[in-house]
Design a protein. Sequence first.
Length: 91
Amino acid sequence: MAAIAPFDTEDEAVEIANATEYWLVAYVHTQDPRRIYRTSRALQFGMVAVSRTKITGAPIPFGGVKQSGLGREDARQGLEAFTESKYICRD
């Protein structure tokens, strides 16, 4: 399912997207490097796909924010939840 809503400006599009309840992934379709930078930083999502639909894979830390969950699955970040660090100091 994809939520599609009309907007007039880039800022309005980001505001509409960030006003949703779930923040797993956002999709941005543009070739403008400045717009990619601005929107990727402004969107409050766990993942942002730029001009593509496939966003997951083995090395990708999969996960959302807010109502879409905390933490990440897969990749190094997914293993950190199951890792206990220990510091040992020795002379």
